[in-house]
Design a protein around this ligand. Structure first.
Ligand code: COA
Ligand code: AMP
Length: 632
């Protein structure tokens, strides 16, 4: 089938299209109602289907002759450990851990937070929850205790699964201490915690609350798979929104399994038995979808890599992995390859490895900047695929579809929409923009299977954030255009979300933290371009009258404050003290103008501006700090 025929069918006959794709998943009860609405009026896929995602990802393969195939290669340059788990071994470990959780009272619908480094046990814990019909919520290890506490209070987990420590290049990150602090900060307390003790650090356990992973599984008997409805939640994954409170993206079981299985062939051209690697972290959506669920649903082998693109031990790490595990498709964030390029612009390290197994290289998480695209294309000699997606969608909205009909790539474009995503560019009055003109990137409803179904515990926020700006459309929050050939170009967020080293962060949240400093009267945080990390946050701060600290001291204090509240991943370092910020007459800071200045883009001065003279002043200050000038 050509791409065009496939795509048109998915848009014009969505129920027929997805019913066919659903046949690829083992159901306990095959769905007959393909697309329906829930009581809140949200589109829901496969409403009467019943399945278990863990069964589809593991037991089904074992029962169908794939038991001896490697499911997970664990590769940890930071500890020197390499291990492999076959589908049978992984199924057994998952069933036993699920049994251990069940014995401690975890049941269908209970929430379990997983706060772990990149070890196979993180995957085991996720799949064990899925096996029981419990809802996991994985929290990225780079987040500080306060962020974990916010998620504990929102998800109200019965249990938390964690580890004694994580390892970041040469630093040991004390996960258990952060977990204890988070539980202390949170109002909600879990019934119990399970701790994986690692050699690098042994955590002390709190009697009656904490259980050692090994001891717990030693006494456990394997749990069977619990059938769930396709529409039952599989997981909650928190992502940055425009306020301090992260949004709990809720993913269902059925739509998720069908969409991910479909994507493995259509987008990544993967067949059962082949090796797929996503160099990300299970704490992010890329990790959920393409380290864990999609490769296993498709009967592929996946890699759990506890390392970095560089420094573990060097910039040849990715090439070594591709050679060693004969990886067919490799997926990471552009920032990771920018780190490699910075250390090895000529690609010398690649010469030491045979990467002939590699057929396609996939990039996502942020825009693939054209220089990195060209560098990679020339160096690697296989198609370089920029594909665009979000935590909310769970899989790519636009991509070059390597398993259907590969196209000539265009630098800076995520190529064409994937099945079921009716991507349209709208102006502020909901009119479609002509080809080549930028607007708000929206998706006409219904969204295909696999996308978020609500924001956990706050359906109103789901409606307000995504569904109410343009009637009948999902608002992606990205700006961009579609060219005359139908190629989608995503140019950046139109809201207060920034992307730092492939990590999605909220400037609104940083502002709330900065504003809590006793010397700060007002502030605005914006993302500025950064050659390595894509964007970096910068704070523009007005100090309180009578504040006597120096600008340098304030900068250091604010950096420490953001680090302690959000975590090291926020990378907040730079603060610029200003006398005033451009505002509307009603007192709203004109953040979109600040963003335009920072990006060196032209902007229109709104008629509602209170103090037009503040603009040249802010431009001059930014220019003094080398912000916005290079691209102006
Ligand atoms: N646990 C604890 N701390 C973490 C962490 C984790 N899982 N991940 C990152 N951090 C810490 C880092 O140690 C660093 O701390 P420091 O300020 O004390 O040095 C800080 O957070 C910033 O990390 P990062 O932004 O990742 O910068 P880096 O310089 O360590 O590495 C890259 C830069 C580009 C190599 C790295 O960001 C990378 O590999 N990015 C890929 C991103 C990715 O996979 N995104 C997922 C979407 S596809
Ligand atoms: P996350 O939810 O962390 O996956 O971040 C999603 C956001 O990252 C999107 O809304 C985009 O702003 C950005 N993004 C992800 N992939 C791409 C891409 N290929 N091109 C441009 N922007 C991207």
């Amino acid at each position: 089938m050509t791409y065009q025929a496939e795509y048109e069918k998915s848009i014009n006959q969505p129920e027929v299209f997805w019913a066919e794709k659903a046949a690829d998943i083992p159901w306990y009860k095959r769905p007959t109602r393909i697309l329906g609405k829930d009581e809140q009026g949200t589109d829901r896929w496969f409403v009467d289907g019943e399945l278990n995602t863990c069964y589809a990802a593991l037991d089904y393969h074992v029962e169908n002759g794939r038991g001896d195939q490697i499911a997970i290669y664990y590769d940890s340059p930071v500890t020197g450990i390499k291990a492999r788990l076959s589908y049978s071994e992984l199924r057994d470990q998952v069933a036993t851990f699920a049994g251990a959780l069940a014995a401690k009272g975890i049941e269908k619908g209970d929430r379990v937070i997983i706060y772990m480094p990149m070890v196979s046990e993180a995957v085991v814990a996720m799949l064990a929850c899925a096996r029981l019909g419990a809802v996991h919520s994985v929290v990225f290890g780079g987040f500080a205790p306060h962020e974990l506490a916010v998620r504990i209070d929102d998800a109200q987990p019965k249990a938390i699964v964690s580890a004694s420590c994580g390892i970041e290049v040469q630093k040991v990150i004390p996960y258990k201490q952060m977990l204890d602090k988070a539980i202390e900060l949170a109002g909600h307390k879990p019934d119990f915690c399970v701790l994986l003790q690692r050699e690098q650090e042994t955590a002390s356990l709190i009697e009656g609350r904490d259980y050692d992973w090994q001891s717990l599984v030693a006494d456990a008997s394997p749990a069977p798979c619990t059938p769930v409805l396709a529409t039952d939640p599989l997981y909650i994954l928190y992502t940055s929104g425009t306020t301090g409170k992260p949004k709990g993206v809720v993913r269902d079981n059925g739509g998720h399994a069908v969409a991910l299985k479909y994507s493995m062939k259509a987008i990544y051209d993967m067949n059962p038995g082949e090796v797929f690697m996503a160099a990300s972290d299970v704490g992010w959506v890329v990790g959920h979808s393409y380290i864990v669920y999609a490769p296993l649903l498709a009967g592929c082998s996946t890699i759990v890599y506890e390392g970095k693109p560089v420094k573990t031990p060097d910039c040849g790490a990715f090439w070594r992995l591709i050679e060693e595990y004969k990886i067919k498709a490799f997926f990471t964030a552009p920032t990771a390859f920018r780190a490699v390029k910075k250390e090895d612009p000529e690609g010398e390290a690649l010469k030491k490895y045979d990467i002939s197994s590699l057929k396609n290289l996939f990039l996502a998480g942020e825009r693939l900047d054209p220089p990195t695209f060209h560098w990679l294309k020339e160096l690697v000699g296989v198609p370089v695929v920029d594909h665009w997606w979000q935590t909310e969608t769970g899989w790519a909205i636009a991509s070059n579809q390597m398993g259907i009909e590969p196209r000539e790539a265009k630098a800076g474009s995520a190529t064409v929409p994937t099945a079921g995503f009716n991507v349209q560019i709208l102006d502020s009055k909901s009119h479609q923009m002509p080809a080549g003109e930028q607007g708000s990137v929206c998706i006409k409803l219904p969204m295909p299977p696999g996308c978020l179904t609500t924001v956990y515990g706050d359906h109103g926020r789901f409606r307000n954030s995504y569904m109410s700006t343009f009637d009948g459309y999902y608002l992606t929050g990205d700006g961009g255009y579609i060219d005359k050939d139908g190629y989608v170009f995503i140019m950046g967020r139109t809201d207060d979300v920034i992307n730092v080293a492939g990590h999605r962060l909220s400037t609104g949240e940083m502002e709330e933290i900065i504003a809590s400093h006793s010397g700060v009267a007002e502030c605005a945080v914006i993302g500025i371009n950064d050659e390595l990390k894509g964007q970096l946050p910068v704070g523009l701060v007005i100090t309180k009258d009578g504040y006597e600290g120096t600008d340098e001291a304030l900068e250091a204090e604010l950096a420490a404050l953001v680090r302690s509240e959000i975590g090291a991943v926020a990378c907040y370092k730079q603060t610029i003290v200003v006398d005033r910020l451009p505002k509307t007459r009603s007192g709203k800071i004109l953040r979109n103008i600040l963003r335009s200045i920072a990006d060196g883009k032209e902007y229109q001065v709104p008629s509602t501006i209170d103090d037009p003279a503040s603009l040249p002043e802010i431009e001059a200050i930014m220019a003094e700090n080398n912000i916005g000038v290079a691209t102006a």
